[in-house]
Design a protein around this ligand. Structure first.
Ligand code: FEO
Length: 400
């Protein structure tokens, strides 16, 4: 069996996709699956870049065996040690014991943590700026700590001008035959998953991603080969711009996210009134979610996308309603900054969620909470409608 495709004249895609896994990293729903990308280069020396998750190891090893066709494997470049890419390294070592593993010293140390360190594997520990010639190809190595783990590096092949970018520029979603972004309608079918992947997996480390973008800016890049999702050979600048926005916590769209938590529908009613008033004030593409029915990873991703955020929650056990508290803490944990925020609370005898949401949001960087807010006591009353209209107006004026 051989499910490989050519990327350049001698660089092959040898990864595969898992469509059975429900939760990536046991946290993130992936209804469209996920791909684990690996690349094999048939140069004077043979080179494998990263491996795959255990779930797709059978097809991966068959791909390598078919392409090597009896040749030995000379180098394995390990850009990232997270097990979705490195779990099969131990089996690879057994199958190809002569291969030299090329990685940062931190990654070599991690191999000792994850695997039996007594096996005699040849290692080549590399650092920033080191290079490796394998015949036609010349690789240089660029460290990318915390994109997404501390040991990460990316590898640049100056011959075919390929950036092997590790987790950077990856996305959720399985690949089906097509492996290039321009073989899909990426903006229509992939961008939401790419944003949800970036913001939830790497979103916390915006500074480190900005550092990597600066380093990559000095390279002539014709291909970006990530470890998840499609390979980029067209419109690379468009996707880099998305990464630049996400990693600098710059809103991608001038629009409003309304995230609400409602036990019996009254807070939801207020959220609906607000959405209607926003629309009447000319606001378009309003994104509205019930935090109890949508996974927090979607709320995080949409909060990164939108410029203005509204959080509407009832009070629960004298705190913020549980699913809203989870979503807000998740947004904070991913370091979101630079947003305008409006607050709506509900409480039948002692409303407290507004004050608590305000405190939580105020502890994040550069978040501006707009003055207009409202407090429901159980259900929406005339005064609340006036408050909500004022809130909608303030948001709409700020969006222009
Ligand atoms: Fe896809 Fe950080 O591993």
């Amino acid at each position: 069996m051989n499910c490989t495709r050519l990327v350049t004249s001698d660089i092959y895609y040898v990864g595969s996709s898992d469509r059975r896994l429900a939760l990536f990293e046991s946290v993130y729903p992936i209804p469209r699956g996920v791909s684990y990308n690996s690349y094999l280069i048939l140069d004077e020396k043979t080179v494998l870049l990263d491996t795959v998750d255990r779930s797709v190891s059978t097809v991966f090893f068959e791909n390598i065996k078919a392409l090597l066709d009896g040749r030995k494997l000379d180098y394995v470049i390990v850009n990232h040690m997270e097990p979705d890419h490195a779990a099969t390294l131990s089996e690879l070592r057994l199958r190809y014991p002569e291969a030299t593993f090329v990685a940062t010293q931190k990654a070599v140390d991690m191999m000792g943590q994850f695997f039996d360190s007594t096996t005699a594997t040849p290692f080549l520990a590399v650092k920033e700026g080191d290079s490796l010639c394998t015949g036609r190809h010349n690789f240089s190595f660029v460290t990318a700590p915390m994109v997404h783990w501390p040991e990460v590096m990316v590898s640049y092949d100056s011959t075919d001008k390929v950036l092997f970018s590790a987790d950077a520029f990856g996305t959720f979603g399985a690949l089906g035959g097509n492996i290039f972004a321009d073989e899909y309608d990426f903006q229509r079918d992939w961008l939401d998953d790419a944003r949800r992947y970036y913001t939830n997996i790497v979103g916390k480390y915006g500074v480190q991603v900005q550092n990597l973008l600066k380093k990559a800016g000095g390279l002539d890049i014709k291909f970006v080969c990530p470890l998840h999702g499609p390979i980029w050979k067209k419109d690379i600048a468009w996707f880099i711009d998305k990464y630049d926005k996400w990693s600098s916590y710059t809103p991608e769209d001038k629009s409003v996210l309304i995230a609400y938590a409602s036990v019996y529908g009254d807070t939801e009613n207020a959220a609906n009134i607000l959405a209607t008033e926003l629309a009447e004030n000319g606001v378009r593409n309003i994104a509205m979610y019930d935090v109890s029915t949508v996974h927090p990873s979607v709320i995080v991703s949409e909060a990164f996308r939108c410029s203005h955020l509204v959080f509407a929650a009832t009070t629960y056990n004298m705190g913020i309603f549980v699913n809203m508290e989870i979503a807000l803490n998740d947004i904070k944990a991913h370091n979101l900054q630079n947003r305008k925020v409006a607050i709506l609370e509900n409480g039948s005898w002692a409303p407290a969620s507004g004050k608590l949401m305000r405190e939580l949001i105020s502890s994040m960087k550069n978040m501006t909470i707009i003055e207009q807010s409202t407090t429901l006591k159980s259900s929406v009353k005339a005064q609340n409608v006036d408050d909500i209209k004022a809130m909608a107006k303030a948001l709409a004026v700020d969006l222009v």
